[in-house]
Design a protein around this ligand. Structure first.
Ligand code: 2BA
Length: 110
């Protein structure tokens, strides 16, 4: 058995949850925050039999889209602001999804 940890954008999470549930996967949804943008995203934990891993990944790929987001970076420019740093916009491409596929030692319901 494997555990897929899928970090997806909030905009895709509801559709992805529905798609995975309709395909018979067990899913747990967590509200998470990305370290770089410090914005909300969604992490799904999906426990799957080895032979269903590919099907789950394809479901994730078909729903999760990449999107561009603006964030703020800072460059030093002494004299321009009191802190000495000037903020400027930087565009980053987020997603579709970041996946970790982990081997599961034991799957128990007690
Ligand atoms: P964030 O950390 O908020 O990152 C959002 C997007 O910002 C990333 O999209 C990437 O395009 C960009 N980015 C991240 N770190 C950067 C850096 N040091 N310099 C320049 N740009 C940077 P994704 O790569 O699609 O990642 C989406 C979210 O997936 C991340 O949100 C984070 O929550 C998670 N993630 C990505 N890689 C991870 C990893 N190695 N371990 C744990 N979580 C990860």
């Amino acid at each position: 058995m494997k555990l897929i940890v899928a970090i997806v954008q909030d905009e895709d999470s509801s559709r992805l949850l529905t798609s995975l549930m309709n395909k018979g996967f067990g899913v747990t949804k967590l509200a998470t925050t990305g370290g770089f943008l410090k914005a909300g995203n969604t992490t799904l934990m999906i426990g799957v039999e080895d032979e269903k891993v590919q099907e789950a990944i394809e479901a994730i790929e078909s729903v999760c889209k990449s999107r561009k987001q603006l964030t703020t970076a800072h460059t030093s420019a002494s004299g321009i602001s009191s802190s000495g740093y000037v903020p400027f916009p930087v565009e980053v491409t987020v997603g579709g999804a970041t996946l970790f596929v982990l081997s599961v030692d034991q799957f128990l319901k007690v």
